[in-house]
Ligand binder design. Structure first.
Ligand SMILES: NC(=O)c1ccc[n+]([C@@H]2O[C@H](COP(=O)([O-])OP(=O)(O)OC[C@H]3O[C@@H](n4cnc5c(N)ncnc54)[C@H](O)[C@@H]3O)[C@@H](O)[C@H]2O)c1
Ligand SMILES: [Zn+2]
Ligand SMILES: [Zn+2]
Length: 356
């Protein structure tokens, strides 16, 4: 049974009204949970570059305006009818979304490709807000040892590269892993590749500060992507990479990833871009060297549970990945910083409870 809650009638939310236009902080009604839904008071929401693409004109799959923010964690504030496994006060992280469970995509192990996918901050209002309403099916319990800010970052910035390495690239220990773009996701990819037993980890970025961070996190080699990153990667790996995680989202970096592979290598395009990828190499190379170019979208719920467990056990340090914390009033400023690029940003989080 839904229980009357004591929230104010309105809350603050950062919204997009149209792709390519500035985000707006505005007051919207405080959500109430419907049947099977839960309202979570947002403790933290990671700031992902995917939101920044909206400023560059990337269309959204939902009717606008829409509250952005898809890396949330918090405490349950209210539960709707039929929600029996969750209670007010529970500490939860929210997986990006859920498939229907019955379609071909869901049954073949690709729930994120379900035509009925409902994703927080993409298909319905997200968590750059005081509270967020989600279906109970996306909830994951946060271990006591893990802070809610770290749990927020885990939902996408950590679970996504984990899924890309484990499930898409099917990484084996000893393999040579290259990460192109060492921002939020790329930095965690380096830590994860180390924990998963990579034989070599090569970090590639245009920003020297990102490369310094990559070395601290476990990269064995770094390549400044100024002139010819492929030559740098080939020099570092001798014969090419088993796995490239492209974590930028530009046509050039996808091509660089493919051209850096060893025979049988896999390039995973983690980055989101609105431009068509351009691989200016003969198609025959895919035949002669059995290259794979793979897409990846977010993660499976089990991946999120696994990275939270890794954080609880101290195998990775998500907490240390949080480079800045901003109150909701300054969320647009944080998004603008990510849009501009540069600096020493790893992952910023919005914490609505912080004083402005
Ligand atoms: N596939 C998914 O499910 C998924 C999930 C989350 C994010 N993403 C996408 O992954 C990408 C990375 O997201 P993020 O939040 O980590 O971004 P970020 O801004 O934190 O990091 C991007 C990094 O790329 C570097 N970079 C920019 N241009 C480069 C170039 N030409 N060569 C090498 N490095 C370059 C930047 O210096 C920065 O360090 C974005 O495109 C985002 O939309 C995809
Ligand atoms: Zn994201
Ligand atoms: Zn489905």
């Amino acid at each position: 049974m839904s229980k009357p809650s004591s929230h104010p009638p309105m809350m603050r939310a950062v919204r997009t009204h149209a792709p390519g236009t500035p985000f707006v902080l505005e007051d919207v009604p405080w959500p109430d949970p419907g049947p099977g839904e839960v309202v979570v008071r947002v403790a933290a929401c990671g700031v992902c570059h995917s939101d920044v693409h909206v400023l560059d004109g990337m269309p959204m799959p939902a009717p606008l305006p829409l509250t952005l923010g898809h890396e949330p964690a918090g405490t349950i504030e209210a539960v709707g009818e039929g929600v029996n496994d969750w209670a007010e006060g529970d500490r939860v992280a929210m997986h990006l979304g859920d498939g229907c469970g019955t379609c071909r995509a869901c049954l073949s192990g690709h729930p994120m490709c379900c035509p009925k996918l409902g994703a927080v901050g993409l298909h319905f209002d997200g968590a750059y807000a005081d509270a967020v309403k989600v279906p109970q099916s996306v909830m994951v319990r946060v271990p006591d040892e893990v802070s809610l800010a770290a749990a927020a970052v885990a939902t996408d910035c950590v679970a996504t590269p984990y899924h890309a390495l484990k499930c898409r690239a099917r990484m084996e220990s000893g393999e040579k892993v290259v990460v192109i773009g060492v921002g939020g996701l790329g930095s965690m990819a380096i830590e994860l590749a180390r924990v998963l037993g990579a034989g070599q980890i090569v970090a590639v970025d245009t920003n020297p500060l990102a490369l310094e961070r990559a070395e601290r996190l476990g990269a064995t080699d770094v390549v400044l992507a100024d002139r010819d990153p492929v030559a740098g990667i080939r020099a570092a790996t001798t014969d090419g990479a088993d796995i490239v995680l492209e974590c930028v989202g530009s046509p050039d970096t996808v091509a660089q990833g493919v051209n850096s592979l060893v025979g049988g290598g896999r390039c995973v395009a983690v980055g989101v871009g609105i431009m068509p990828p351009r691989i200016d190499s003969p198609q025959a190379l895919f035949a002669l060297f059995e290259y794979s170019l793979l897409g990846t979208f977010a993660s499976h719920k089990e991946d999120l549970e696994e990275v939270l467990r890794m954080e609880a056990e101290g195998a990775i340090d998500i907490e240390a990945s949080i480079s800045e914390r901003y109150p909701l009033e300054r969320a647009i400023e944080a998004l603008d910083i990510l849009h501009k690029g540069g600096g020493d940003v790893q992952r910023m989080v919005i914490e609505p409870g912080l004083d402005a």
